[in-house]
Design a binder for this molecule. Sequence first.
Ligand code: FMN
Ligand code: SF4
Ligand code: SF4
Length: 295
Amino acid sequence: MKSLIFYFSGSGNTKLIARTYASKFDAGSLVFPIGNPNVGIPNIGDFDIIGLGFPIHAFNAPEVVVKFAKSLPKGDKKVFIFRTSGEALHFNDHAARKVVRILRKKGYEVIQDFHYLMPYNMIFRHSPEMAKHMWIYARALVTYNTNKIIRGEYDKVRYSVFRGWHLPLFRIEWWFAHINGRHFKVDYDKCIQCGLCEKTCPVGNITIADGKIKFGKNCAMCMGCSFNCPKAAITPGIFKKKWKINGSYNLERIANDESIPFPCQDGTLKKRLLKYERYYKRADFLLNNEGISLK
Ligand SMILES: Cc1cc2nc3c(=O)[nH]c(=O)nc-3n(C[C@H](O)[C@H](O)[C@H](O)COP(=O)(O)O)c2cc1C
Ligand code: SF4
Ligand code: SF4
C-alpha cells in the first residue's frame, strides 16, 4: 500500500510521526510538508492511501491545515488523520473535527483520527525522561495504527455534538498567530546568519535581507523558528521569554540512551490534570492486544 502523507509541523514532532508512518507502508510512499501555498501537491491519484498530520494548537487544527484541507481536490481516497500534542486533555479530542468535515464534504473517507502525545514545544519543556516515554510509545502506536489500516480495519470517526463547544472560541489563536508573528524579535548579538529560520519556516513567513530577519504577517505560531534556532536568538512575540523553549528533544537519540530511564519516573505521568495515565493505560491495552513491543 503506497501512502502519501501530508503533515504540518513546527518543531518536528508531527514530521517524525509522518516519516514513521511512511516507513511502515510500501516503498514509494511520500511525506509532504504543507503550508507553503506556492508549492503544488503531488497527484493524490498516484497513491493508495492519504495521511494528514498536524500539531494541536489551542485545541484545534492550525488554520493552515484547515486551509489545506479546503484546497484539496474532490476525491474518494481513504484518509487517516494523526494529531500530536503535549497533553492528553479531553479538550484535544475534537481537534480534527473541522478538517474531517471538510474532507468528507469533498468525498474522502476518514478512517482514523489518532492522537499522539509528543513533547511540548512552547511555554514549558518536558523532561528528557518524559520525552523518551512519549516517543517510544508514539512509534509503537504508529505500528499499531498502520497494521490496522493495512488489514482494512477502519475506525468509526465520530465526534460528540456536546463536546466540541470550545473549539470556535479557541480558534482566536488563528488570528492571534498573525498578530503575534509581527512581534518576533531577533537578538543580533547571538544570530550567526545561518539562514535556518528562513529556510525552514513552513509557511515561508521569514525573509532575510541585508542581514536583517523579517517576519511577515502569515505566522502560524508553529514555534519552529525560535525552537530550532541554533543560537536561541529568536524571541517569539508578545509573551517573550515566557513562551520560548529552544533546542531539539533529539527524540530518536534519547530513545536509545540507556542513561535516561524508561518508563518515565519523574512524576509527570502522575499529573492527574493532564490525563497522561489514562492515555498510556489505553496505549498499553492497544499494544498488548496486538503483541507490539515498545522496543
Ligand atoms: C501555538 C501552540 C498551541 C498549542 N496548543 C496545544 C494544545 O491546545 N494542547 C496541547 O496538548 N498541546 C498544545 N501545543 C503543543 C503542541 O501541540 C505539541 O508540542 C506538538 O507535538 C508540536 O508538534 P510539532 O513539533 O509537529 O509542531 C501547542 C503548541 C503551540 C506552538
Ligand atoms: S536560525 Fe537563528 S541564528 Fe540562524 S539566521 Fe535565524 S535567527 Fe539567526
Ligand atoms: S515565523 Fe516562526 S513561528 Fe511563525 S510560522 Fe514561521 S517558523 Fe513558525
